[in-house]
Design a binder for this molecule. Structure first.
Ligand code: GUN
Length: 293
């Protein structure tokens, strides 16, 4: 069994990006600029956004964090989005999800200018992904594909089972893995909370991508020997022995699944850090106008 070190690969990618940023600056181009919008004070969202902003600084980007209190109106948020869409210095921006219930996520996402939507959440960018057109691939699925590539994990013709059909991970992941490219070309089964006989599917999988958001959901009896297991889950479970009062666990019961795998991602330190590297990469693409001229 080989551990997939997402933290290491993420830092390698960020180092590569920072060299590109230096070249851009040396060539007289503007500094790439990512903005992040955070609504409310959810500790997990706050931590994710803080890490994204820190990563921008590490690679030499400019970053702007825009914070709103939880009761901000949808109208006020839309006004800020309009401002960001028209700010020539901002190459790309994200609105951290989830948003409070009184705000329509769909309305907010649809208001983001597709050329600045470095999360790849806008329907136009999702459509472009489906149609194999240049687009911003949403950060978590993009990070996973990059991990498979860096570890030279063969995917062509393999059976990939994705567990979870969220708009952010499961759904785009299933589309990416089925693409007619050497990096994917899998036969894909998309399983979810209503799938009957889930184990019957996962036992046939050469690659399992678990993105269901349930701690320790994938157990050893569900995994074929030699499978590649990618764990997208970041679940907080109470643990009073920790100073924070919780610990992070994935969607995969790591201790019992790991010995059966050829490759597995740990939590933390697997997929999580790659999400940030992908966002940074998308922002660089935005700054270089490589997706939308
Ligand atoms: N919430 C959980 N993951 C993400 C992400 O990749 N982008 C945004 N904007 N919000 C998220």
């Amino acid at each position: 069994m080989q551990l997939i070190d997402g933290k290491k690969i993420s830092l390698e990618l960020q180092a590569e990006i920072s060299i590109e940023v230096q070249k851009l600056k040396a060539g007289g181009k503007k500094t790439p600029h990512l903005a992040a919008v955070l609504v409310g004070d959810d500790p997990a969202s706050r931590a994710y956004v803080r890490n994204k902003v820190k990563a921008c600084e590490n690679v030499g980007f400019k970053s702007t964090l825009i914070e709103f209190e939880v009761y901000v109106s949808e109208q006020k948020l839309l006004a800020k989005i309009d401002e960001l869409n028209n700010d020539a210095d901002i190459d790309g921006y994200i609105v951290q999800l989830p948003l409070p219930r009184h705000i329509s996520e769909q309305k907010i996402i649809e208001a983001i200018k597709p050329s600045k939507d470095v999360d790849g959440f806008h329907p136009i960018n999702v459509g472009r992904l489906v149609l194999n057109l240049p687009t911003y691939v949403s950060a978590t699925p993009f990070g996973i594909v990059q991990l498979l590539e860096r570890y030279r994990i063969e995917t062509e013709g393999k059976h990939c089972v994705v567990i979870g059909r969220s708009h952010i991970v499961g759904s785009p992941m299933s589309i990416l893995m089925a693409k007619n490219t050497t990096l994917a070309n899998c036969t894909v089964t998309l399983c979810h909370s209503r799938t009957l006989d889930l184990k019957e599917h996962t036992l046939k999988a050469d690659i399992i991508i678990a993105a269901i958001g349930k701690p320790d959901f994938v157990t050893a009896d569900m995994v074929k020997p030699g499978a590649v297991v990618i764990d997208v889950g970041i679940n907080r479970v109470d643990d009073l022995s920790q100073t924070k009062g919780y610990r992070l666990v994935g969607d995969v019961k790591f201790d019992e699944v790991a010995p059966k795998c050829s490759y597995i991602t740990p939590v933390p330190g697997g997929v999580g850090p790659m999400t940030i590297a992908s966002l940074i990469k998308n922002t660089l693409l935005a700054a270089k106008k490589e997706i939308y001229a």
